[in-house]
Design a protein around this ligand. Sequence first.
Ligand SMILES: Cc1cc2nc3c(=O)[nH]c(=O)nc-3n(C[C@H](O)[C@H](O)[C@H](O)COP(=O)(O)O)c2cc1C
Length: 180
Amino acid sequence: MEFLECLKGRRSIRKFKDTKIDHEVFKRIVENASYSPSWKNSQTARYIVVEDRVLLDKIANDCLNGFTFNEKTIKQAPALVLVTYVTGRCGYEKDGSFSTSKGDRWEMFDAGIASQTFSLSAYYEGLGCVILGVFNEELVSEAVGIPKDQKLAAMIAIGYPDIKPDMREHKTVEELISFK
Ligand SMILES: Cc1cc2nc3c(=O)[nH]c(=O)nc-3n(C[C@H](O)[C@H](O)[C@H](O)COP(=O)(O)O)c2cc1C
């Protein structure tokens, strides 16, 4: 697949076929995501793949603060990937102080870069996915048992697409760029 085709063709997918994703495919996607740039090469992003239907339904039913739009997506996805980050490294100096005025916000920044690389790699593998930001962090972390040194950044529902969304509207270059 050509780079620009991958970049422009990827769309958020919220309807999936009932087909399991091979673990080797997940490993290839995470290998690609591991090439993402990160704060001082700290590589703090981690990926927890939830496939257990009971756990998926628990997250969908109890951990979304009642946001039924995401509940519907998770209930028919064969897997949900929790993108987490190891805390206390990204954005920090060795002595534990913050490197910049942005404090620990670089942790989420790096998790975002990793999530986009993950999403593009999933598309390259013929999969569809959607990044989910609306969830109850505490309840999901408890339900899944996220390690104590990690925090949940985002969830990615993933599967083989059962829908092909049209190209969406996007802002023009003139709206986005400025030169000084
Ligand atoms: C940080 C972030 C959080 C998002 N949260 C949700 C979400 O909770 N539920 C959802 O259905 N889509 C969510 N999305 C997907 C966006 O709605 C989607 O990317 C946007 O509408 C553009 O569509 P496209 O991805 O198909 O280009 C999120 C995307 C990002 C980057």
